[in-house]
Write a protein that binds this ligand. Structure first.
Ligand code: ADP
Ligand code: MG
Length: 677
């Protein structure tokens, strides 16, 4: 073991050194960019350009928010501008003369807090709302987040196209409501007279400079929040549900909660931006928030790179500046050139008229040549060196892992899993017919049977992915039928899938970290504030992931930072098993773990599963290779057409006539020879 560890860490080292170097370099670049952004107004010395830049930053904040919804969580939201509108109208209403209820003593405390003023209107006294910009920034984020949850809730069951259509609907509804509610919003005419922000009694007025610094601060804040979330348990859960929601729920990710969280945080970002936007313009109309705005923000994200925090900032800045700075300049130059050269059509060309056409062309070109955007979210994969590829694979067939099995093996009186009378029907097809199986604590039960006999369906019922028509499943005595998949995962059942369900856009390390989701507790606040307990938990989780991965020798450890899409089939299976083990399950379900592996790899994996069993882990395994079954299992259960046709010790089962007939067809003589071999 000692030598194995040194080999492994020796290989992991250059990778971590490169990562450290890279992060130092990007840290320097970020610092440089920030200084440049701070100095920009003084370098350029032109208020109009500072203003244009401030608008570009406002778009960057919107793109950062939508990136959480679309890029991180994979929820295609076409109505994002609605939240921008909600934020904008929050400030518009709370800082203008739109609402002016009659004054009464009720308002006095608010007046002391400087949220309202008592002003004369005709011969009555009325309330004038004067809620500060800074308060509204927070308040609008909360209100928009609330609407994010409200609009998100009906879409929870929807995916892809359907989700997009519903969000499109909400995006249309909000401006319509705004237009038809003149009492609150002054309708189509728009709301005027929103106050410019004040700082220590000094009003920003119409000077672009203070707005520029405020929105720059907002961009920095939202980048920080985005990066912190992305690299935390929360961000990994989002990306897991984006890549494969079924696998995510089987790993303990509560889909409802994380989808709503993404909607809420994304909407919160838009709400803040709305406040800024109104404060700067001091006027709003409903048509500032129509569908084209939502589309524009999506184009920015696609251009920059979905899911890439820096990418979407660059994409948003680029398109925004293109529209309001480069295209007008280009038009001016073109007409100057036209006049000088006498080319008629150039003299009155105006590129700003065709902004949408230009956006469209950019989008098409991006899709054709650079689908991942200007700054892709996923790092380019570096080929591994020869020595890494051919590194000695450590001692195989063993498994060293703390915290597996122990407590349950001691408590062996109750069976780990007790399946009674489970029936599953898909329309007319009965996939499982009143199946009973008992898995003793610390035992290994193998499930075999021909294709389509209901083996995978059995695992799907146990993990809550398919619902049973009747029957009960008890995990250490507790009925788990009817629980959601993530709740079952939390109770201690982890699984792998027959057709590999890894999170393909994530690295090996991230996949294994998501396996630990249910065991960790960090939430969005802990992640953003980098609280000590969150940091310690993250470090522990990574150490645990390494502890698991190292058991596969050098097969996975040099590849921890590679996307799983780059792995060989066998290594993907190993990653999926590691991910399941990361959940520290009480019962591990393996669905054809050796499918697609060569005989040597199969043998190695069988030994490793055996070693897990020796640690006390309870395992249920679906397996086609009978030599593996014989080597591993205490008990074999045979399914055929959804019915349990035999159960017993491996040796007994392979003598069973009915099994031979079901498994190997009529030619039982040849079949017996085949099995015995
Ligand atoms: P096995 O894993 O033993 O090969 P499965 O459990 O995958 O078999 O499938 C058992 C039967 O149930 C098959 O006839 C299959 O076509 C059917 N089946 C499985 N899942 C579904 C589903 N989601 N909808 C309809 N039929 C299904
Ligand atoms: Mg199957």
């Amino acid at each position: 073991m000692a030598s194995e560890t040194t080999i492994t860490s020796g290989l992991a080292e250059p990778a971590s050194r490169i990562a450290a170097l890279r992060s130092r370099r990007s840290g320097l670049l970020i610092a440089l960019l920030f200084v440049l952004a701070l100095a920009f107004p003084y370098l350029i010395g032109n208020d109009a350009y500072v203003n244009v830049m401030a608008d570009a930053f406002a778009y960057a904040t919107l793109a950062l928010g939508l990136n959480i919804v679309i890029g991180f969580a994979g929820l295609l939201d076409l109505g994002y501008a609605a939240f921008f509108a909600i934020g904008a109208y929050t400030y518009g209403i709370l800082s203008s003369f739109q609402l002016h209820p009659a004054w009464s003593s009720f308002w006095q405390p608010f007046a002391w807090l400087e949220l309202v003023q008592k002003v004369p209107l005709g011969d009555a006294m009325v309330v004038h709302f004067t809620v500060s910009f800074w308060i509204c920034l927070v308040l609008a984020a909360l209100i928009a987040a609330f609407f994010g949850i409200l609009f998100g809730a009906p879409t929870l069951r929807l995916r892809g196209d359907y989700l997009a259509i519903v969000t499109l609907g909400f995006g249309e509804i909000v401006p319509i409501i705004v237009r038809n509610w003149p009492w609150l919003t002054n309708g189509a005419a728009g709301l005027n007279g929103a106050q410019p922000p004040r700082l220590f009694g000094w009003s920003f007025g119409v000077w672009a400079l203070p707005y520029y610094y405020v929105v720059l601060g907002l961009v920095v804040l939202l980048i920080f929040v985005s990066v912190s979330l992305r690299d935390s348990r929360v961000g990994r859960a989002w990306m897991a549900l984006r890549d494969d929601d079924i696998a995510a729920s089987a790993m303990g990710v509560d889909l409802t909660r994380y989808k709503l969280l993404a909607f809420a945080i994304g909407a919160g970002f838009a709400g803040m931006t709305g406040v800024f936007y109104v404060a700067k313009l001091q006027t709003i109309t409903p048509d500032m928030f129509m569908f084209p705005v939502s589309v524009m923000i999506i184009v920015m994200i696609v251009l920059g790179g979905m899911g890439s925090v820096w990418g979407v900032v660059v994409g948003a800045m680029f398109l925004s500046l293109l529209q309001s700075w480069f295209l007008p300049d280009l038009s001016t130059w073109a007409s100057a050139f036209g006049q000088a050269s006498g080319i008629g059509f150039l003299q009155n060309v105006d590129f700003t008229q065709s902004t949408e056409l230009i956006f469209g062309i950019i989008l098409v070109l991006m899709m054709l040549y650079r689908r991942d955007g200007l700054i892709p979210a996923h790092r380019r994969q570096f080929a591994m060196s020869f020595s890494q590829q051919n590194a000695q694979v450590g001692e195989s067939g063993s498994f060293r892992l703390s915290g597996i099995g122990g407590e349950d093996a001691a408590n062996a009186a109750t069976p780990a899993l007790e399946i009674k009378g489970i029936t599953v029907r898909f329309g007319g097809l009965v996939a499982l017919k009143s199946v009973d199986i008992t898995v003793p604590a610390g035992g290994v039960v193998a499930v075999i049977g021909p294709n389509g006999s209901g083996k995978s369906t059995l695992f799907n019922v146990i993990t809550g992915l398919t619902s049973a028509e009747s029957g009960s499943i008890r995990l250490y005595g507790e009925n788990i039928v009817g629980l959601k998949p993530h709740a079952i995962a939390r109770k201690g059942i982890a699984r792998t899938f027959q057709n590999l369900r890894l999170f393909t856009n994530l690295t090996v390390m991230d996949n294994v970290l998501i396996g630990q989701h249910a065991r960790l507790t960090t939430g969005p606040i802990g992640a953003v504030l980098h609280l000590p307990h969150a940091r310690a938990e993250e470090a522990r989780a990574r150490a645990r992931a390494m502890e698991i991965l190292i058991n596969f020798g050098n097969r996975l450890t040099p590849r921890i930072n590679q996307n799983v899409a780059a792995l060989s089939y066998a290594n993907r299976r190993r990653t999926e098993i590691s991910r399941a083990l990361a959940a520290a399950p009480r019962v591990l379900l393996l669905d054809e773990p050796t499918a697609g592996m060569n005989p040597a790899e199969t043998l190695e994996l069988a030994q490793q599963i055996k070693a897990l069993h020796n640690l006390g882990l309870t395992v249920m395994v679906i397996e086609h290779k009978l030599d593996v079954v014989v080597r591993l299992a205490d008990t074999v259960v045979v399914l055929d057409h959804g019915e349990k046709i035999a159960e017993g010790k491996p040796d007994e089962v392979r003598q069973n006539e009915e099994v031979l007939r079901a498994y190997l067809g009529r030619n039982t003589q040849a079949g017996r020879a085949g099995i015995a071999a």
